[in-house]
Design a protein. Structure first.
Length: 287
């Protein structure tokens, strides 16, 4: 049975990732394909994820994405985000990207990409300080699929991230002869710098002051007058992430539900030692 092979850029489920995550821009991971493809997607997530970290308040969102991939492996992506708590704007953020995926050998493949996200002023998203992101990844496919990703995020701040993960797609069962139910448990660890968090706090405090609010910073105690929050300039371990996407696969579309559990390290400035949960539902269709 023909199946869609998709990957999700860090900018959609990570709003990444995302960023990270996300990270949603689906596209074929195969560098050699018989034709150019257009893949469109729609995702709902209960909270925005940035390498396992989250803002002070939950930010549920809807995201739509489209990726056009050429036979040579070059692809173009476009995304639009709607934060469900943002009633003032139809589109809360937008993203444009370009990338190139290619095979190095039978089991090794690589991907390089660049994307820019357009954020409004005083965006509640952690990653809004870094609207530009350059990424490179190397994947090894054998019994397990292992991947290392390097991200260079820049804009108002400059941060570097490295994520190392491994997982395996497991085919569970068929409902009919033309579909398959699969699950792909993965685990990854992320390390990086956190200049973005300083910018996030400054923007949030400014927005709160404009609204006439007197809210304490993360941690509960207001800083002394004239003091500043120190950002982490060292490269530290940030999070351990377990993801478990369950997918219904057809020849031209995929319906997926994904649960992510993220345990933040003590070095993470946004909720050190905290456990975050993210739940998303996605639909992808490939032409």
């Amino acid at each position: 049975m023909k199946r869609i092979s998709i990957f999700i850029l860090s900018g959609i489920c990570c709003l990444h990732g995302s960023a990270q995550s996300d990270s949603t821009s689906p596209a074929s991971t195969d560098s050699v394909i018989n034709k150019s493809t257009l893949t469109v997607g729609l995702t709902y997530c209960n909270n925005a994820d940035y390498y396992g970290q989250a803002a002070e308040q939950a930010i549920p969102y809807l995201a739509t994405a489209a990726t056009y991939r050429l036979r040579c492996g070059i692809y173009f992506s476009a995304l639009a985000y709607k934060l469900l708590k943002d009633s003032n704007q139809i589109v809360s953020a937008g993203n444009l990207g370009i990338g190139y995926g290619f095979k190095l050998s039978k089991r090794f493949s690589a991907d390089i990409s660049y994307n820019h996200t357009f954020y409004p002023s005083y965006s509640p998203l952690l990653q809004a300080a870094n609207p530009d992101n350059a990424s490179a990844s190397l994947t090894y496919d054998n019994f397990l699929s292992s991947k290392i990703t390097f991200d260079y995020a820049f804009g108002n701040a400059v941060d570097q991230f490295v994520s190392l993960g491994t997982g395996k797609e497991i085919n569970l069962f068929h409902i009919t002869a033309k579909d398959i139910i699969s699950i792909t448990p993965t685990i990854d660890v992320t390390a990086g710098t956190q200049h973005f968090y300083q910018t996030y706090l400054i923007e949030k405090r400014l927005e709160d002051s404009l609204l006439g609010l007197l809210l304490p910073p993360l941690g509960g105690t207001p800083p002394a007058q004239g003091s500043t929050t120190q950002t982490t300039t060292q490269f530290n371990l940030l999070s351990y992430n377990f993801k478990c996407p369950l997918a219904y696969n057809r020849a031209n579309y995929v319906i997926e539900i994904n649960y992510q559990l993220s345990v933040l390290s003590n070095a993470a400035q946004s909720g050190a030692g905290k456990v975050n949960s993210f739940l998303s539902a996605s639909f992808y269709y490939q032409f």
